[in-house]
Design a binder for this molecule. Sequence first.
Ligand code: IFM
Length: 446
Amino acid sequence: MPFPSTFLWGAATSSYQIEGAVREDGRGESVWDRFCHTLPPRIARGDTGDTACDHYHRFREDVALMRDLGLQAYRFSIAWPRVLPEGTGRVSAAGVSFYDHLVDELLRAGIKPFATLYHWDLPQALQDRGGWLNPASVEWFAEYTDVISRRLGDRVQGWITHNEPWIVAFVGHFYAGHPPGLADLTAACQAAHHLLLAHGAAVPVLRRNAPLAEVGIALNLNPVYPASDRPADQAAACRQDGFLNRWFLDPLFRGTYPDDMVALLQEWLPRIDLAAVRAAAAPLDFLGVNYYIRNVVEHAGDELPLRLRHVPQAEAETTAMGWEICPKGLTDLLLRLKQDYAPKAIYITENGAAFDDPPPRDGVVEDPQRVAYLRAHLMATEAALSQGVPVKGYFVWSLLDNFEWTHGYEKRFGIIHVDPVTRARIPKRSAQYYRQVIINSAAHEG
Ligand code: IFM
């Protein structure tokens, strides 16, 4: 696979999924701490992120593993409640120091730090003030961005404002699957709006505090295909694309919400000044693409608001999450992004798969399905690259087996196995494969 020598090879994680140490060094409570500890249990097996991968104590070991893998970049997220335990105001020196040390350790290992500001662990103190439904969340986020980027802006080379704001808005406020656990479409649209405005407020702060860094956002994007060429199915696909993809892409790249979706959802948008979303369109250095699945949809009667049904693909291979494996969807998505939005650059900020791996044997975990998955998706990335899509790098999700939100530790996405009891790390065969890809890519350029 002929990737350019400048192509950046990385891996990604997030704070709540790996750090643990949730009550140490003055860290404040996050919405995920509260969600995990609220009865009845909403997480598989009653798991929590209390200890997770214990990365807070083992980060030096983890950076050494990254260096052994040949990683060139590492995408991690910053836990807002570790930095500002109450969400605003008082800064925790110990919390900031943790990220300071992590960044220095990465740089010593020759690995570029990419920091995500918000990967879902909102301080509970801010949720108690309305969370993303409070218009003040825009200023809260700008304040937090200022505090942490002043401290790390001289060394962190890539900044990502939000990770998957669609999930925060809609899974958190409409499907009730994540905190704050609401089932209210109006609230979800308001949360999405404030997330977009918060992104728009954070970008100039990052420009000021980290003038040499690249700044972007990471979206979960799903290419959507109609199940047939019937006009009703095509319209359903267009609606689903509007809901999942364009609701964020259009504000970020055009400064407006998509007209067709505003018309469809207007009943749920009463308190939103839609025009204000132009503030989300601050120019970005890159778009982060998190790709896992495509959607195949058909029209499903007239129930509101989206009027569609997902059509499972009978022959398709799936991951342990039940997600169809469709590398071609990634190529299609990248080509479409270039054509419709022309981002300056794209990083694949997440891609990877959970499989039911066998236990370690003789110091390795054999995970041939993950190797095949990665190979196919790297080829799909290369196919887009060779057609002119400016993909600059790839971050495998994930470096470590970690806390997969409501699935707890049952679903394992890591290229490094983490023992659930001892937390010992064992690189899987896929880690060896990825290491070889990185070596070959460098060799290719001579
Ligand atoms: O684990 C998550 C991650 O936090 C966000 N993107 C999808 C991953 C797999 O579900």
